[in-house]
Ligand binder design. Structure first.
Ligand SMILES: Cc1cc2nc3c(=O)[nH]c(=O)nc-3n(C[C@H](O)[C@H](O)[C@H](O)COP(=O)(O)OP(=O)(O)OC[C@H]3O[C@@H](n4cnc5c(N)ncnc54)[C@H](O)[C@@H]3O)c2cc1C
Length: 331
């Protein structure tokens, strides 16, 4: 069995965490491992994993492949897949690869399964694990098919670090430029508060926007405290539905969007630790914490949802005071 690990390089020429984890997933299958990378440059990324045990490195590089664009990314991935001729293609479920994965699978006649959380060999067959129905149940998939293209979620596999010196066979990937990248607009580092790779998730709940002990709302102070905590910890920001909905009405924190909502109708992020602040911890919210390793919460109410077995530690305290003190200590 031949396994292709396929990934794009990052703006700095290296490999991202999700890619290194996908390489871990590919390597874990056993079989002959080959590596395929595309991006503006690929040598630095290939060198970062040169000792991973791959028998061959393929690359597609150039200015055309510097940023995400369907036509060029799909052409690069297709060229690599065709050159490698692998039975299984394992790629990270980054937004860049997820955009082209299904199209590339179609071009090479592969079946595709996306966002896997497990990939293993069992009794000589590959078994893939994937969650369904908003992470409430998972299924195990086997396919009698080749090639099989899979993307794997971040946070599920051990990353591979194996620096050395790789010899990369460069491939041509003709790009018919139907579209041109004119400008890349990215939010400022501080504005980007959803950070999937962060060790800590900080969740803000509707309590931040409610009247406090003095009978007044302190939304500006809440915004300042939350942003200070994020800046001091580089944590990722999540929110309850109630607070996000208020933000949509312009009533609460200006930096919150529906992308921040964690829960049954929101996201299910993966972080080693989570801290909920001013959030009640109701089941439709906490279901989104399924993949958070250690859970702590700050709430004025000793009988809130977090106290009902949903958090490892509950601080019964005023989150305004606790977060202000925390930011002071971290500085
Ligand atoms: C079908 C369905 C789907 C849903 N999906 C989601 C979902 O995806 N995500 C989600 O979050 N919710 C979801 N909900 C809503 C969910 O049930 C709750 O209504 C929501 O999570 C409540 O948000 P909250 O805890 O921030 O607000 P509240 O329930 O208003 O809680 C605010 C908390 O702040 C505390 N507080 C106030 N001031 C302070 C202070 N100074 N210090 C410390 N604590 C303080 C209060 O004690 C209180 O516990 C869903 C509901 C339904 C019916």
């Amino acid at each position: 069995m031949k396994v292709l690990f396929l990934a794009h390089t990052e703006a700095d020429g290296g490999l991202g965490k999700a890619a290194k984890e996908a390489l871990g997933a590919a390597k874990g299958l056993g079989g002959e491992l080959v590596v395929g990378l595309f991006g503006e440059t690929v040598q630095q990324a290939a060198d970062a994993v040169a000792g991973c045990g791959a028998t061959k490195f393929y690359g597609v590089a150039g200015a055309d492949f510097a940023t995400a664009r369907y036509v060029s990314d799909a052409a690069a991935a297709e060229a690599i897949c065709k050159a490698a001729g692998a039975d299984v293609i394992v790629a990270p479920a980054t937004s860049r690869l997820s955009r082209v994965a299904a199209g590339v699978a179609q071009r090479i006649g592969a079946k595709i399964d996306t966002r896997l959380t497990g990939l293993e060999m069992a009794e000589g067959k590959i078994v893939a694990t994937r969650w369904y129905y908003r992470q409430r149940m998972f299924g195990k998939i086997q396919r009698e098919t080749s090639p099989w293209f899979v993307t794997v979620d971040s946070g599920c596999f051990a990353p591979v670090e194996a620096a050395g010196s790789a010899s990369v066979e460069m491939l041509a990937a003709p790009v018919s430029a139907h579209s041109e990248v004119v400008e890349v607009i990215v939010p400022a580092a501080d504005a980007q508060t959803i950070r999937p790779d962060a060790k800590l998730l900080v969740v803000a709940g509707a309590g931040w926007g409610k009247s406090q002990a003095d009978g007044q709302k302190h939304v500006d102070e809440a915004a300042r405290l939350i942003l200070s905590l994020l800046s001091a910890t580089q944590a990722s920001l999540g929110s309850s539905k109630s607070l996000v909905d208020q933000s949509g009405e312009g009533a609460a924190l200006p930096f919150l969007t529906h992308m921040h909502q964690v829960g049954q109708t929101g996201s299910t992020p993966r972080h080693p630790k989570g801290l909920a602040t001013c959030c009640h911890g109701e089941e439709p919210h906490v279901v989104g914490w399924r993949f958070i390793g250690e859970r702590r919460a700050i709430n004025l109410d000793a009988n809130c949802g977090w106290a009902q077995g949903k958090a490892d530690v509950l601080y019964v305290a005023d989150a305004f005071q606790v977060v202000a003190k925390l930011v002071d200590l971290l500085r």
